[in-house]
Design a protein around this ligand. Structure first.
Ligand code: CTP
Length: 206
């Protein structure tokens, strides 16, 4: 069971809050798993690419839809990968009419509320033996570098593997290739560095 792509949180009928995820890495993961004989369901959030052959695809738009789609399929899965870029916040109260410039409905600011942490929820509900893989998009900041944030995230999320993307400068989004470091909860002090390669090769390593 793989979640891929990027969620969109509507503001009004024509606008949304989104992110730069193309879904390529998650599609590659679905293809790699299917090629190795897995029965794969891909929950695809706003992926503008055709469905991969031999994979069951469920299309969703928002974080709430993605959450529901994953939750109802969790019990049947041997392994789950949360490769999607999920919105952490959504606008409170979606306007059902288009917000017009200069109208009374024109917002001075957009109020946001937190969405659920889907990966945390999957970990909380995991059944014995189920493997859960998280992804992390990190940039270094004043609180630490990419890997220190990643190690903290592995612990906070409680997943088995964390596939860490350094997204400084936005280079990974939409690109054909990727460079990741894989952290394992079993051996957190032995990060596996996967050198820059196609997203298909990276998917194979994961
Ligand atoms: N994730 C999730 N639900 C969310 C946010 C993230 O399931 N509401 C998952 C992502 O699919 C990914 C992992 O959590 O597998 C880490 O996502 P990331 O964006 O790196 O981190 P966040 O949890 O959003 O934390 P922060 O923004 O503080 O870095």
């Amino acid at each position: 069971l793989i979640a891929a792509g990027g969620t969109r949180e509507p503001i009004d009928p024509v606008r949304f809050l989104g992110n730069r995820s193309s879904g390529r890495q998650g599609l590659a993961l679905a293809e790699a798993a299917a090629a190795r004989g897995a029965e794969v369901t891909l929950v695809a959030a706003n992926i503008a690419m055709p469905d991969p052959p031999g994979v069951t695809v469920v299309r969703v738009e928002t974080a709430a839809e993605l959450h529901e789609a994953m939750a109802v399929r969790q019990a049947a899965a041997d392994a789950i990968a949360m490769c999607a870029a999920v919105a952490d916040f959504r606008p409170i109260g979606i306007s059902d009419v288009k917000l017009k410039k200069g109208s009374q409905g024109e917002p001075a600011s957009i109020e946001l509320e937190r969405t659920a942490d889907i990966l945390r929820d999957l970990v909380d509900r995991r059944r014995a033996g189920q493997i859960i893989v998280g992804f992390a998009a990190e940039t270094g900041d004043g609180d630490g570098d990419v890997m220190s944030h990643a190690r903290a995230k592995l612990t906070a999320k409680g997943c088995d593997l964390l596939v860490v993307n350094d997204v400084s400068g936005g280079a990974v989004f939409g690109a054909q290739d990727n460079q990741v470091t894989i952290l394992s909860a079993a051996t957190p002090d032995e990060p596996v560095v996967v050198p820059r390669a196609s997203k298909a090769v990276v998917a194979g390593r994961v």
